[in-house]
Design a protein around this ligand. Structure first.
Ligand code: ADP
Ligand code: MG
Length: 420
């Protein structure tokens, strides 16, 4: 069937059970199935996966999906499998597979059963895999979390830099880049690195009108302040982000002592404990997770009502991502960041040991965080401007949803503040 003859709504319903495309999805899907390089910028939760999954399912051949996290891949593969009884529609190829499993995957690709092949970028560098992939029909290559290619992204991964060269070896296949990082610099980097400045670009708005943004000065009373805040939001789900594992443990304990049901989550806990704490939060056995940034990748709890940053993050991308976990269901989402210039200096110190180029980028990103924290303008306007988006601070959606707009006189100047 010619791509133009495919009834996309029918396929959408058939494979995913959805009646409608979300946001820009339909345009993206059309761009991909007609063989174009395509660039998709949508906030987390925007529905990026479907943008390449649906084309993969309706096109001939196998789509390669590059994704940085094996755990995320597994989730996606399981989700796809549950959509269709047709065995083998999605597969993962990575270092955790046995030789027998690899052979089975290869067989399914060759026979045309596998429509989506998820690979980690480092697996793609394997000569053996490349040789194999050159010998089978590839519909396109989707690069999820494409910001990993950019040093200006919040999660730079050098392996991503080799992707373009590898894809070239596969022949003339369209490339789809997808990311939730919207800064103009990162976007430019992605397009340049993937050699696809000709790509059809689809950028959704990053405005989250139901999120309320607030910055509070970080004083020695920060813990008491957090406890008060949580008690005002009794029974609601929330996440508290801290920079260090030690701080996570400390705060979790302080909350527990104060009668708040909270669990810690960080990469220092063993996998079993982490999974348990995550489940407790998802199942609402606890209200609050105190976490490092290790928490949240791929977490989809719709009714998180607040996200508190005990420590300011090192970039506004991170801040946007982390606060973005609040109010997924469109309901209330209160985002509070505690800010003290001392924390900025701490973050600068962390960076001191890094290579110069990395330091420069780190400082520049941090400077934006400082500007955000100290601004007296609409925080939403500031954030969206940072993402290359204009926002009308008078009539825009969610215009009054931040502290600066509601209380215009108050200005946080942590530099001048005496920390008691
Ligand atoms: P992203 O990768 O952009 O963060 P996902 O691909 O994980 O987002 O999708 C987020 C959620 O949106 C998922 O729960 C997915 O099932 C849902 N979703 C995607 N497309 C649609 C649609 N057309 N209609 C309804 N829900 C959708
Ligand atoms: Mg995604």
């Amino acid at each position: 069937m010619k791509p133009s003859e495919i009834d996309l709504h029918k396929e959408l319903k058939k494979y995913f059970g959805f009646n409608q495309f979300k946001g820009l999805q339909e345009g993206v899907v059309k761009s991909i199935i007609t063989g174009n390089n395509t660039f998709v910028i949508m906030p987390t939760g925007g529905g990026k996966s479907l943008c390449y999954q649906l084309p993969a399912l309706v096109l001939d051949g196998t789509a390669i999906v590059v994704s940085p996290l094996i755990a995320l891949m597994k989730n996606q593969v399981d989700a796809i499998r549950s959509l269709s009884s047709e065995y083998g529609i999605a597969h993962v190829l990575n270092s955790s597979l046995t030789k027998t499993e690899v052979n089975q995957v290869k067989k399914d690709i060759t026979s045309g059963v596998t429509k989506l092949l998820y690979v980690a970028p480092e697996s793609l560098t394997k000569e053996e895999y490349i040789d194999f992939l050159r010998s089978v029909p590839i519909s396109f290559v989707a690069i999820d979390e494409a910001h990993c290619i950019s040093e200006w992204g919040h999660d730079f991964r050098p392996e991503y830099r080799n992707l373009r060269a590898i894809i070239k070896q596969l022949g003339d296949v369209p490339i789809i880049g997808l990311t939730a990082t919207a800064t103009p610099k990162v976007q430019e980097d992605i397009l340049k690195n993937l050699d696809m400045t000709d790509a059809n670009t689809f950028k959704a708005s990053f405005n989250r009108p139901n999120l309320y943004y607030e910055v509070r000065p970080k004083t020695k009373n920060v813990e008491a302040d957090i406890i008060r805040f949580i008690k005002q939001h009794k029974g609601k789900s929330g996440v508290i982000y801290c920079l260090s594992r030690k701080k996570v443990e400390e705060i979790a304990q302080v909350l527990q002592v104060n009668g708040i049901s909270a669990v810690p989550y960080h990469a220092g806990l063993d996998a079993k404990t982490r999974a348990k704490h995550q489940d407790m939060f998802l199942m609402e056995d606890v209200d609050v997770v105190v976490a490092t940034i290790a928490f949240g990748m791929g977490i989809d709890k719709p009714d998180v009502r607040f996200v508190i940053h005990h420590d300011i993050p090192k970039s506004l991308e991170s801040y946007y991502q982390e606060t973005g976990r609040a109010g997924r269901d469109g309901g209330e989402g209160h985002c509070v960041a505690y800010y003290s210039y001392k924390d900025i200096e701490k973050l600068e110190k962390f960076m001191a040991g890094k290579p110069v180029a990395e330091q420069e980028i780190g400082f520049a990103l941090l400077q934006e965080v400082v500007s955000y924290a100290e601004t007296s303008m609409s925080r939403r306007k500031f954030l969206l401007h940072y993402f290359g988006e204009e926002f009308d601070e008078v009539n825009g959606e969610g215009a009054d949803m931040d502290d600066n707009v509601r209380n215009p006189k108050k200005k946080v100047e942590a530099k001048d503040q005496v920390v008691l």
